[in-house]
Ligand binder design. Structure first.
Ligand code: AMP
Ligand code: MG
Length: 407
């Protein structure tokens, strides 16, 4: 059996980022930039007023006080978007609004709150230093400055900066389209009342949601019965997507046809079965370079496999340089006892920060069919192979599945 580390290496060794595309700014939120982005311009492009007030020469106000108010001649006014038509000389002021270009001659702005206005004059009792309440050209962004690094996901703040700098289109890796197939004669739609022996299809919703949460686009397929011919036909259609995920039918049951059908289609098996709990029967195939993941049917196992193996692969396909969740060590308060075997165990836990470090608690029974154990989990504790027991308070490695999205 393949170890979790080997499985991840085998997967990541075989997937490459999808070719980059030039997309308009309004379509790139959350996508990874394909190349470093540098500012093509200076921001702000001109020195401008940071306040609503009066553009002046600070030297005029150096001696201003309650006892000696300074009175200046007002030349006119200037709104944001306007251009100054005259220079400000000694003894003069120009009424100016926030964002309007500072007129020639002026070196600072007196906030309107510090002035008294009458006709074509303005008076102030506050002294002022040169360079106050103005924003210098280029103080925000220099021309050529690095704005984003290849492999970085774009966030709202990044889009604002790119817009200010004049970058209207960005070369990004597109979202991956992921076909999601669930298989099993026992499955019914969530809206149906399951008849005898039937259960609701949880995976189609959980797995599609995980794909969406990765920033990829799920393409859900109608449920596939445990029938070779039907499965073969649906797999052919699913292969039009960039990645195929299937759940169920991957084990050694009499109706588990997934492996055989994928191989009938000519897919190359990279591995099948990972030495881990929950969920050993994960398979990974390639067909003309297209990744196909055969996930277990068991919903906990399926979700865990998506989290640990599919998510990093989707992120790599989407060009992100950070593929993995943040990790941390935590004290497992309730401890854990398992069976001694050679498999890595992933425990669903709730982690919280305390003054003396990170603490984790099991979400409840850890059986691989206990889907409710996923409900409140915000991390997975990784108990390595060969370890059958963690003492209460023992240290475990966590994969933080809800930590602020790495970008
Ligand atoms: P399988 O791998 O097909 O043998 O499925 C393993 C277990 O997971 C069985 O108990 C199935 O009924 C269950 N299962 C398979 N697919 C789903 C699904 N889409 N939603 C919920 N349970 C499922
Ligand atoms: Mg099945």
């Amino acid at each position: 059996m393949t170890t979790p580390t080997q499985a991840l290496q085998l997967i990541l060794g075989r997937v490459r980022p999808l070719p980059a595309r030039l997309l308009p700014l309004e379509q790139v939120l959350g996508l990874a930039v394909a190349e470093d982005l540098h500012s093509p311009s200076t921001v702000p492009p001109f020195t401008n007023s940071a306040m609503d007030g009066y553009a002046v020469q600070a030297a005029d106000l150096a001696e201003a006080s309650e006892a000696h108010p300074v009175c200046l001649q007002v030349l006119g006014d200037l709104a944001a978007g306007g251009v100054p038509l005259c220079a400000v000389g000694p003894g003069q002021a120009l009424r100016i609004m926030t964002g309007a270009p500072l007129p020639e001659g002026a070196d600072s702005v007196v906030p309107v709150e510090d002035t008294t206005r009458g006709g074509n004059w303005v008076e102030t009792t506050r002294p002022l230093r040169a360079g106050i309440h103005i924003r210098l050209a280029g103080e925000d962004l220099r021309k050529g400055q690095l704005l984003a690094t290849a492999g970085q996901g774009l966030r709202p703040g990044d889009l604002g900066v790119l817009a200010a700098a004049g970058i209207a289109t960005v070369s990004v890796h597109p979202r991956v389209r992921v076909a999601v197939l669930t298989t099993g004669d026992e499955l019914v739609d969530v809206s149906e009342q399951p008849g005898p022996g039937r259960i609701r299809d949880a995976n189609i919703h959980a797995v599609c949601a995980q794909v969406t949460a990765c920033g990829a686009i799920p393409v859900p397929f109608p449920r596939v019965p445990d029938d070779r011919a039907t499965l073969l036909g649906v797999l052919r259609q699913a292969l039009e997507a960039d990645v195929v995920l299937t759940t169920g039918g991957i084990s050694v049951g009499d109706y588990d046809f997934m492996k055989a059908m994928l191989e009938e289609l000519g897919a190359e098996r990279i591995f099948w079965k990972v030495a881990q709990k929950p969920g050993g029967p994960l398979g990974f195939w390639l067909l003309d370079g297209k990744p196909i993941f055969g996930l277990p049917g068991n919903p906990v196992a399926a979700m865990l496999m998506v989290e640990e193996y599919v998510r990093p692969a989707l992120r790599k396909l989407m060009g992100f340089s950070k593929l993995h969740r943040p990790e941390a060590e935590a004290a497992l308060e309730d401890g854990w006892t398992g069976r001694t075997d050679q498999r890595t165990t992933f425990l669903r836990v709730v982690a919280r920060r305390e003054a003396d470090g990170l603490k984790a608690r099991l979400t409840g029974p850890q059986g691989s069919a206990i889907l409710s154990s996923m409900l409140v989990a915000n991390a997975l504790a990784v108990v390595p192979e060969g370890v059958a027991q963690v003492e209460p308070g023992g240290v475990v490695l966590l994969h933080l599945t809800e930590e602020a999205e790495d970008h």
